[in-house]
Design a protein around this ligand. Structure first.
Ligand code: SAM
Ligand code: SF4
Length: 345
């Protein structure tokens, strides 16, 4: 057997230098978005040129390589994945992998286009999705997203529910913006049977005149408040991701807390991210990366080269991110230049 064939057949697991098994890929299919959330991007955002973004054929080849080497779960994200033209064709391309090595295909969306796509997503193998929603107040929704209509998202969520998609709501906790409606928000999730995860704002990319620190809310505080009002019980559930889960007493919903700034959650990290240009980021909060677009567009590059580079990228995964919240100086440390909308949440 030649060395090249051996490399092609080798399906040994993807294990990083800190003995973490990497089984989860988040793929950003576009950096574009129909909203302009204040904590995510500036009002006048500059987007990538089309030729910089991987084609769906290139993304498919990359995903297939990762699945061959042990990736079990793929989350499609962005920017807003559902605004990319042809996105349902891409889900359809990936669907056959669900009958072999891929265990889950899922999506993170802002929900504005869900009313159009919920049924098709389900028939293409998506069974669960994360919808980002930070408020149930239509004025605040406009204030946070600059361009959005709350009603569109609520209609989308209803369509997803009707299509039997299991929904988790992601909510960025924002001091002096949505912290006074947390109880209503939780009650709404209980009523609708949606799991709910709160997220701390991360210092990723320039956001123009906005200051993230002004609205940074430590989830430790939030959790204490929720616990005193609703009663929380710790549960052993783990999605393999960064959220720590609890259950609200007397309900079935799981409540998660993603605390990149107030607590480092990296020891159990099982994921890598590929941005819309094909650059793999080994860690959301570090600048280590490997450019797969170059490899995918090189006419001399073989499948064996692709596999070798996937393995190499995992060997370069850093131990942890460098975000931190310096409480004494009231400062966020470790800012990353790229936006979350490029890398995908
Ligand atoms: N557009 C889709 C959406 O909003 O769900 C997918 C991409 S968005 C970048 C993914 C997630 O990242 C969303 O839940 C969003 O709230 C979150 N996010 C964006 N910028 C963030 C930041 N700077 N800190 C924390 N979360 C952020
Ligand atoms: Fe768009 Fe999602 Fe960023 Fe909001 S958080 S601007 S919806 S990419």
């Amino acid at each position: 057997m030649t060395e090249q064939v051996k490399k092609l057949l080798d399906k040994s697991n993807l294990i990083d230098p800190f003995n973490r098994h990497i089984t989860y890929l988040r793929l950003s299919v576009t950096d574009r978005c129909d909203l302009r959330c204040t904590y995510c991007m500036p009002e006048k955002m500059t987007f990538l040129n089309k030729k910089e973004v991987l084609t769906f054929e290139e993304m498919y080849k990359l995903c297939s390589g990762f699945i061959h080497l042990g990736i079990k779960k793929i989350r499609i994200t962005g920017g807003e994945p559902l605004v990319r033209k042809g996105i349902m064709d891409f889900f359809e391309m990936l669907k056959p992998h669900l009958s072999s090595d891929l265990e889950e295909l899922t999506l993170t969306t802002n929900g504005t286009q869900l009313h159009k796509y919920a049924d098709e997503l389900y028939s293409n193998g998506v069974k669960r999705l994360n919808v980002s929603l930070d408020t149930l107040d239509k004025k605040k929704f406009k204030q946070i997203t600059r361009l959005g209509n709350l009603q569109d998202v609520l209609l989308g969520i209803q369509a997803a529910k009707d299509a039997n998609l299991k929904i988790k709501i992601n909510c960025v906790a924002l001091k002096n913006i949505n912290d006074n409606e947390i109880d209503d928000f939780i009650n709404w999730c209980i009523k609708n049977d949606f799991d709910l995860t709160f997220i701390e704002t991360m210092p990723m990319g320039d956001i123009g005149n906005e200051n993230r620190l002004d609205h940074f809310l430590s989830l430790d505080e939030l959790k204490k408040n929720i616990s005193s009002k609703f009663g929380l019980e710790d549960i052993s559930f783990s999605s393999g991701g960064p959220a720590k889960y609890t259950r609200i007493k007397g309900s079935d919903i799981k409540l998660g807390f993603i605390t990149p700034l107030s607590h480092n959650f990296c020891s159990s990290c099982n994921r890598i991210r590929v941005d819309a240009t094909g650059v793999l980021h080994q860690c959301l909060g570090q600048s280590n990366s490997l450019d797969f677009r170059k490899i995918l567009r090189d006419p001399n590059s073989t499948d064996a080269d692709l596999f070798e580079n996937i393995r190499r990228s995992i060997k370069q995964k850093p131990e942890k991110h460098s975000f931190a919240y310096d409480f004494s100086k009231q400062r966020i440390e470790g800012k990353i230049d790229r936006h979350m909308s490029l890398t995908g949440g």
